[in-house]
Design a protein around this ligand. Sequence first.
Ligand code: B12
Ligand code: SF4
Length: 472
Amino acid sequence: MSIGMLIDHQPETGLSSESARYSEENLQQLASEKKSRKKWLLIQPVSNTSMMVDSGSVSMPLNLIMVATLASELFDVSFIDERIGDKVPQNLSEYDVVAITSRTLNASKAYAFGDTALAQGKTVILGGVHPTMMHDEAREHCTSIVYGEIESVWTELATDILLGKMKPVYRAQTLKPMTSMTHPNFGLALKSKKAKKYSSRIPILATKGCPVGCNFCTTPTIYGKNYRYREIDLVLDEMRYHQERLGKEKVFLSFMDDNISFRPKYFMELLEEMAKLGIRWNANISMNFLHKPEVAELAGKSGCDLMSIGFESLNPEILKTVHKGSNKLGNYEKVVSNLHENGVAVQGYFMFGFDDESEESFQMTYDFIMKNKIEFPVFSLVTPFPGTPYFDEMKPRLRHFDWNKYDTYHYMFEPTKMPGEKLLENFVKLQKEVYKGRSITQRMKGKPFNWVWLANYMMHRFTKKLTPEIYL
Ligand code: B12
Ligand code: SF4
């Protein structure tokens, strides 16, 4: 469906002038009339954080790859990913449009690139979660902002670029169904000489959105309670495409979905089909029905080697405040053992710094991780992200608004039941304990020697140097 079809039209005269202007046919015609193709530079900035966020091998940026996929149909596109060491040129004279993606932790970098490009008279487009949430702030650094996903505003945006008449914000009235979305084209991202630095896990999307509605999450704020999914055949086609492209069956895929298991029926059908392909995969997943042994069994059979699960906390009081209905403490151990029995490793996310935080929360987390042999525990500090209801609630108590520190590894506010120093002291101690040599051996004993061991080794080296001060 094109944007033109979403705008009210006048029955007597057919399409309104606005509607006709933003139709796919009109866009194609307009593009073919242009003598030379405009040149785009796409930028993925690296963040300024000192934490292990953009270091090591990074995943291919599916967000900017989607922008590249659409833009390259009509324009000449260059792709720069600062995280792998590509350099952004100071002189932008060969480009007409500079399009930058940004999350909160790299917003200051994205804004600096935007300012440089504006000063050189370029059309600057900012997109991604941070400009979407903070459009008034972001507008100072660009010509236009894309609110949310590019696919739903593409016809309008591309037409305006071809006509040279930009609006300050592009926001879709209705989201496009996923069925009509183009397959991502990885060619531009892989062209870089440094592309070897990308993780071998290929990003893929089956679903978008999450109706759960946690107040600290940006997804429901941007996309509401929508949940969209692609036809299973389209997802499998994309998997087969990567198998052919790489000339082997065993390719590694990483789902970028917000909540891939939200519709259990869809998820189980997808896994059943994936089991026939011989691929390997991992995903972020909520615990909603992982306590059922048949789910873990099918996940294992379909090639899942790692599930990333947000356990968040072992403290029942905190779990109540997180409003994550899928997290039932009584199911935690069962979820982990089901996955382990089927050869699936667990990356467990744990958050600290909530108002109800206590010394016991740290001990309970340590005991849980060690007893259940969580292969890859990840610890973060509660971070209210701008634009979310939680941010508005916590704003008066936030210690800073330096976006470089919004990486979930900085101390944002003092919990009501624990002094800040104690929080950080315990936070550091827990990480050192979990990643000391003896603990790693205990957690990883008998596990296949693969990248998870390597990740543990890197965390061992990293946590050795940790001090409470680095989180300030
Ligand atoms: C998968 C995922 C991950 C993966 C992969 C990340 C990666 N490198 O891509 C992993 C697990 C590694 C990860 C890590 C982290 N993540 Co994460 N992650 C996600 C998740 C669930 C999906 C992202 C995704 O790829 N979606 C699919 C793509 C296609 O959609 P998209 O990113 O929304 O892009 C579309 C639009 O935004 C728009 N768009 C984007 N860029 C541009 C640019 C232009 C010019 C235009 C026109 C349009 C446009 O069009 C795109 C195509 O539709 C999001 C939630 C979300 N829905 O955003 C959180 C999310 C991005 N993550 C978040 C966080 C906090 C983190 C970590 C800091 C967590 C941690 N402690 O480690 C790290 C930071 C990693 C980093 N360097 O950025 C936050 C960021 C909040 C914020 N305000 O910045 C989010 C939003 C979740 C949340 N809490 O709300 N993450
Ligand atoms: S369950 Fe996850 S994706 Fe869904 S709203 Fe909550 S934090 Fe966001």
